[in-house]
Design a binder for this molecule. Structure first.
Ligand SMILES: *Cc1c(COP(=O)(O)O)cnc(C)c1O
Length: 395
C-alpha cells in the first residue's frame, strides 16, 4: 500500500489557555499601547523585555513590531546609512537584504558552505574589497557557523556583527545563547518562528548607547523611563534630538501572549529536537540524500529540516518533489528558477544587484527544505521520512 501523509506543514499549535487568558485581561482593561499604564503597572511589553533579557543573558532588551523592523532598527542604531555596504549571507530570507535596503544601504552577499552557513574566507574577502563595517549574520534555518572563528575574524576586520536569530531563538553556540556573540541580536516572533504573536520582534544588546538609540528609534517619545530592561537615563540624555522616531513598537496584547510562550520555550525546543531527530534517523542512508552536519558546539532548534541531493539534476528534483507532494509531503526547493513561498534566494533580489555566487548557487541548486511544526508527532516525521526515502529511490 502506498502511504500518504495527511498533516499540514504550516499548521501551528493553538495558543495555551494561559496565553489566551493573558490576552483577555489586556483586552478587558484596554491599555494596549505599551506606554499606556495604570499607576504602578509595569506593562506586558516591559515585562516581556525583562524576561527575554534574562532568557538570553543580555543586559538590555527591546520588543518591536516585527523581526524585519528589529533588523533595520539594529542597522540604524549602528549608524548604517545610505550607500553603506552591509555584509550578509547569500543564503537567507528576503527580509534580511530588505532591512538593509530599507536604509538605502547596499547588501553585499557572502557565499554559503555545504553546512549552509556563511563562508568565512569569502566573508573576509568581501569585507576587505568593500570596506564594509557591519555584518548582518543570518542563522538561516537555524544553522550556526563557528561563532568563535567568526567573532575573531570580525574583531580583526573591525566589523560589527548583528545576528539575525529568526531561526535560532533558544539555540546556542558553545553554551552562549544565539544572538549574544555580536553587538546586537535580533529575533522574530512571527507565526512561523519559535514563539508566535502573529508579528513581532525582539532586540538584545549589552551596549547601552546602541540600546538607547534602538529604544528612541522604536518610538519611545520621552517615555523611556517606562522600560525595565533598558540602559540608565544618562544613555538617553546624551542622545536628545539626535535620533529620529521610526515607530515600530510592540503592544501589550502581543507581549501578553508571548510571555507564557517564552516560559515554555525550553520545552518546545526539546519537542522540536525530537522531531528533528526522528527525521534525521528516518533519512540517514537514503539513496542520494546528504544530511547536513551539525557541529558539536551547536545547540540548535530543529524547527525545520534540510537535506541535499547533490548528484541530482533539476529535472530529477522536480519529479521527486511532485511525487512527494502527491503523497502529502510538501517539500521546498531552494533551486527553483522563480521565488515560491518563502524560498526566495539571493539571485531573485535584483534591486540589490547581486554578483553571481557560484558556490551558493551550487549548494542551493540541490537543497531541499521542510518545516517541522509542533503539530507533528515523531511518527509523522518517521512517515514523512519513509515517503521521501521511497521516492528518492526512484530514478
Ligand atoms: C522571518 C525572518 C525574518 C524577519 O522576520 P519578520 O518578523 O517576518 O519580519 C528575518 N530573517 C529570517 C531568516 C526570517 O526567516
Amino acid at each position: 500500500m502506498t502511504e500518504r501523509f495527511a498533516g499540514s506543514f504550516t499548521q501551528q499549535e493553538p495558543l495555551s489557555e494561559e496565553a489566551i487568558a493573558a490576552a483577555e485581561e489586556v483586552m478587558r482593561h484596554g491599555r494596549l499601547h505599551r506606554y499606556n499604564l495604570a499607576p504602578g503597572e509595569a506593562g506586558e511589553v516591559a515585562l516581556l523585555e525583562e524576561e527575554f533579557a534574562a532568557f538570553t543573558d543580555g543586559r538590555y532588551c527591546l520588543a518591536v513590531a516585527s523581526g524585519g523592523y528589529a533588523l533595520s532598527c539594529a542597522l540604524r542604531a549602528l549608524g548604517v546609512g545610505s550607500g553603506d555596504p552591509v555584509l550578509t549571507n547569500a543564503f537567507t530570507l528576503a527580509p534580511v537584504p530588505g532591512a538593509i535596503a530599507s536604509l538605502g544601504a547596499r547588501p553585499v552577499f557572502v557565499e554559503t558552505t555545504e553546512a549552509l552557513v556563511i563562508d568565512l574566507d569569502h566573508l573576509e574577502t568581501r569585507a576587505v574589497e568593500t570596506g564594509a563595517k557591519v555584518l548582518m549574520l543570518s542563522h538561516m534555518r537555524g544553522h550556526i557557523c563557528d561563532m568563535d572563528a567568526l567573532t575573531a575574524l570580525c574583531d580583526r576586520l573591525g566589523v560589527a556583527v548583528i545576528e539575525d536569530c529568526a531561526h535560532t531563538m533558544g539555540a546556542a553556540w558553545a553554551g552562549v545563547p544565539s544572538g549574544r556573540h555580536g553587538a546586537i541580536g535580533c529575533y522574530s516572533t512571527q507565526t512561523y518562528k519559535h514563539i508566535n504573536s502573529g508579528e513581532g520582534g525582539l532586540i538584545v544588546s549589552d551596549d547601552a548607547a546602541l540600546m538607547a538609540r534602538a529604544i528612541l528609534l522604536s518610538g519611545s517619545y520621552m517615555l523611556y523611563d517606562r522600560h525595565r530592561a533598558a540602559p540608565p537615563a544618562e544613555a538617553f540624555e546624551a542622545l536628545t534630538g539626535e535620533v529620529p522616531n521610526v515607530s515600530g513598537r510592540m503592544d501589550n496584547l502581543r507581549a501578553a501572549i508571548l510571555r507564557p510562550q517564552l516560559a515554555d520555550l525550553p520545552a518546545r525546543v526539546a519537542r522540536w529536537n525530537r522531531l528533528y531527530g526522528a527525521m534525521e534517523a528516518g533519512l540517514r542512508g537514503a539513496p542520494g540524500v546528504a544530511l547536513i552536519d551539525r557541529p558539536q558546539d551547536e545547540a540548535y532548534v530543529g524547527s525545520s529540516f534540510q537535506f541535499r541531493v547533490p548528484d541530482w539534476t533539476a529535472a530529477r528534483i522536480e519529479a521527486f518533489l511532485s511525487r512527494c507532494a502527491s503523497r502529502g509531503v510538501e517539500l521546498k526547493w531552494f533551486g527553483a528558477d522563480r521565488p515560491a513561498g518563502f524560498t526566495s534566494r539571493y539571485a531573485h533580489w535584483a534591486y540589490a544587484d547581486p554578483d553571481p555566487l557560484p558556490q551558493t548557487d551550487r549548494v542551493l541548486a540541490t537543497l531541499i527544505d521542510m518545516r517541522l511544526p509542533l503539530t507533528f508527532l515523531e511518527h509523522d516525521c518517521a512517515l514523512i521520512a519513509r515517503i521521501i526515502r521511497e521516492e528518492a529511490a526512484r530514478p
